[in-house]
Design a protein around this ligand. Sequence first.
Ligand code: ADP
Ligand code: MG
Ligand code: ZN
Length: 591
Amino acid sequence: KLSIKNSINKMKTDTLSSVDWAGTTYQWSEDVTRVLKDVYKIDSFRPKQLAAINSTLSGQHAIVVMPTGAGKSLCYQLPALVKPGLTVVVSPLISLMEDQIRSLTNRNIPAKLMSNTSTKEETSEALNTLKDKNTKIKLLYVTPERFAKSKRFMSNLQACYAAGRLQRIAIDEVHCCSQWGHDFRPDYKYLGILTQMFPNTPLLGLTATATASVLTDVQKILNIPGCLVIKSTFNRPNLFYKILEKPTSQEECLTILEKLLKGRYRGESGIIYTNSIKDAEDIAGGLRKRGLKVGCYHANLEAAVRSQVHTKWHEKYYQAIVATIAFGMGIDKPDVRFVIHHTISKSMENYYQESGRAGRDGLRAECVTLYRMQDIFKVSTMVFSSVGNLEHLYGMVKYCLNGSLCRRLIIAEHFDENWGSADCNKMCDVCSTSNTSEKNINVRLYCKTLGSIIENAEKQDVKLTAQKLLDAWFLKGPVNLRHKGKEPTISRGLGEDIIAFLLLGSYLVEDFHYTAYSTISYIKNGPNMDAVQDDSFELTMPVRKYTSFDLQTPPPNDYKPIVALEQVDESVDDSKSKKRKHDDNSKSKSK
Ligand code: ADP
Ligand code: MG
Ligand code: ZN
């Protein structure tokens, strides 16, 4: 039954997306152009904006998927001005709503917001706009819990609908509906009633999350299965992607960050993401001791402090904010020139969102990730308990371990898109280095050795962390655990890469244990370990090098935007076959 339903939805999606929504001969087309020029002072639409606007003005339910900064707000703001009536905008954060109201007010567009910090007067004013047929207000911003928790709001909204004035309901950050997304908000699930209560009002969801499973889930929750999905490409051509070797000690990390902030990124604004509150505080403190002006941002700070930090960064008093991922949604600083990850993100999706806060002005910006094997376990021990999380983390590790493919290609794979080095324009560390001659090594024997070290330890009732495993392999640490053969002739760094590579291929697996204070990841032999016993089996791993990176000198400022290639296919249903041309060479060649 489910598959019939799914294929009906897919047919729906296919039919809808075969329409060219970007036409200019609709009855409202002239008004659309006029508002764009007169109110927004913008000459042309960005990819897919017009399609989104036309589809929603046609009364279609639609979900717009565009990267952060691509201009999703225009897709519901502009239609609101073209037709009579009121657009209700659901938004998850008060700060996001305030930003929107500010920018609308600057353009003389009458808009209001209603949140739980609004005063009584503000709230009744907002509620009245729902009933008042003569109101000038075109957009009303509300938080999702209004739909569940405020009877007065709902009855006024019904009145608005009954009077034929509920033009559209826009749901910003619509991925918040789905538990599979990275930002689940329980209140969003109340929005499922909207299509029943207001059957003639089109919904317009907007998000930067493009994962097919999340989008399908969102359609289900909102009761709009198979609705039109309008998706623009996720390539951010102005972002330079770079992996940097992470030193073992915090002091050395601080030195790298200091050099970057005083050298390469002198006078520029940026974000440094860390994976814990403690790291955020330590690194912010360390950098301040070295004379840098940086703010610290995490969930344990009071709202007032957080907002102060944000402001000081906006005003360039702080050069950088050292933050946990609590510093996220709603950052609309256009000239963020660098986003440094002190620790890897927990998934490619997260990495894309976090690094994507750089370069929203379209000028060159850099996304630098400090990587070392040890950090895999720093993250895995935090996320392993939910299904799928480890797989997501390994996607991020794969991005870091890669030394031969364009980094964009790996990001594209995540979005089911198909970009190659032509879309990169030498804007990643792999494409910009001339000497990328890839060396492959057969790691079968290394794998076998590691397997035997683990077995030997198990016999003695000892569990090995990756670090201990590495030690035993390189004949360090307790003698009884050490490998009986010769010390490997490879570098320890390559040894670390091999262990990570074997984890990605399930030759090794992580085994989590709780202690009173923390969770520890031990390494066990995985389901694929048996395969390496066969002498003829080749387990090929590409060896990567860290490319050089000048920490002291500002990057070249000769960046010229290339025209981003547009996505052709708009359906959510991931008919992967046609988009996976690059797959053959991007999957690790393990079998
Ligand atoms: P998103 O919600 O997709 O992250 P926003 O709607 O906040 O992005 O828009 C980001 C910026 O892009 C805003 O400053 C907006 O004014 C600008 N913008 C949107 N559309 C266009 C356009 N067609 N041309 C130029 N600038 C645009
Ligand atoms: Mg937005
Ligand atoms: Zn590249």
